[in-house]
Write a protein that binds this ligand. Structure first.
Ligand SMILES: [Zn+2]
Length: 374
């Protein structure tokens, strides 16, 4: 077992380090730890099937006409390859070509790795609350946009590092996440739904995006598209230099609910480009270069069959299957990890604290433990 934040080779030294980290949870600072900034990226409702296998033959070539592919030739040309590794690389060339080799990716059942939920619901709000607070909350049972009284890891990081609220920034396509992200208003900076960045933190680029976002028609009512969310976050990153950025994209879930598998694949391909621009920007800036860890994950999986891949929730098998990628200067360069012990969505919060050298005690004792690698 080794700390995810370690480069320890293996065997006894790694075991000793893991035990030390457990035994000295309060003193989790490690001498060679390099992570000073953290970027959390969530992609709503993205299945393990697409992450690890690209275009899914079960959905795309099932006998049922339920895939939602309007132009099969185009989809096949763009995304179909004969083996799963080539397919996932066709869908996410930057993630698999550049990011994954600099970190670890958990949740590939084919390699004996499982990432799953503590909450039994398999839909967004319970998942984001679990992710952000490190535990399952039985009272989070709807997607209603409301603030919960549970402090999040983002708040714990702000206090732990002594940051100003605007140094912990949340940009979200879904308005509700702006509320889920902190138990207290104004404890961090959140821009969600169609909100504009306030003048004190904005600049001409962010102001322009605030105008344009009204002119991009989203697939469903109520949520903006990912384009303004992403670019607002990027401009904010460059101008305001937050130590923690939580970027929550949501369009992948929308295309799936619309039963447009072809457009879901296009959206995932676009998301890879967002990941490329994000990482290249981080590596171009002093203060972020080689000192930033990126965590990428999802709130829930979805159904596995040609009929129910569009949906997710209790009773839909597959909704509990998630994946977690951690890329940065302190993660071993291993790509897909497995076989590995099962990890949970609730374990991400403590992992984030550990990456930043903060005491695990700033989360409640019921919170999931930091992720350990085999
Ligand atoms: Zn959904």
């Amino acid at each position: 077992m080794s700390r995810i934040g370690g480069n320890l080779a293996s065997g006894r030294a790694a075991l000793a380090a893991a035990l030390a980290a457990f035994g000295l949870a309060i003193a989790s600072a490690v001498p060679d730890r390099r992570t000073e900034n953290l970027v959390l990226l969530t992609l709503d409702g993205v299945r393990v099937q697409e992450v690890f296998g690209g275009m899914d033959p079960v959905v795309a070539f099932g006998r049922s006409k339920r895939s939602g592919i309007y132009d099969p030739e185009r989809a096949r040309r763009l995304y179909w390859r004969d083996d799963a590794e080539a397919r996932r690389k066709a869908l996410w060339p930057y993630f698999w070509g550049t990011l994954a080799p600099q970190g670890v990716v958990l949740g590939d059942a084919g390699r004996g790795s499982r990432a799953t939920l503590r909450n039994p619901h398999g839909f967004s709000a319970p998942g984001y609350l679990e992710l952000l607070t490190g535990r399952f909350h039985p009272d989070v049972t709807t997607n209603d946009a409301r603030r919960y009284p549970y402090p999040t890891v983002l708040q714990a990081i702000r206090r732990g590092l002594g940051l100003r609220p605007e140094q912990v920034a949340v940009f979200s396509t879904w308005d509700a996440l702006g509320l889920f992200a902190s138990s207290e208003p104004d404890d961090l900076f959140a821009n969600a739904g169609y909100a504009r960045v306030p003048p004190a933190l904005s600049n001409p680029a962010m102001d322009a995006l605030g105008d344009y976002q009204e002119h991009v028609m989203a697939l469903w009512e109520g949520y903006r598209t990912d384009m303004p969310t992403f670019h607002l976050a990027l401009e904010y990153l460059k101008a305001r230099r937050p130590r923690v950025l939580y970027l929550a994209l949501g369009e992948t879930d929308d295309w799936a609910h619309a039963r447009r598998y072809d457009r879901l694949l296009d959206c995932l391909r676009l998301t890879d480009d967002y990941m490329r621009i994000l990482w290249e920007t981080l590596q171009s800036l002093d203060g972020y270069r080689d000192r930033t860890t990126l965590v990428v994950t999802t709130d829930h999986g979805r159904g596995r069959t040609p009929k129910d891949w569009v949906d997710h929730g209790e009773g839909i098998a597959g909704s509990e299957e998630i994946w977690i990628a951690i890329i940065g200067p302190d993660t071993p360069d291993r790509g897909v990890v497995g076989p590995a012990p099962t990890v949970h969505q609730a374990d991400v919060a403590a992992t984030m604290l550990e990456l930043l050298g903060l005491p695990l005690a700033s989360l409640p004792p019921e919170a999931g433990p930091p992720i350990r690698l085999p």
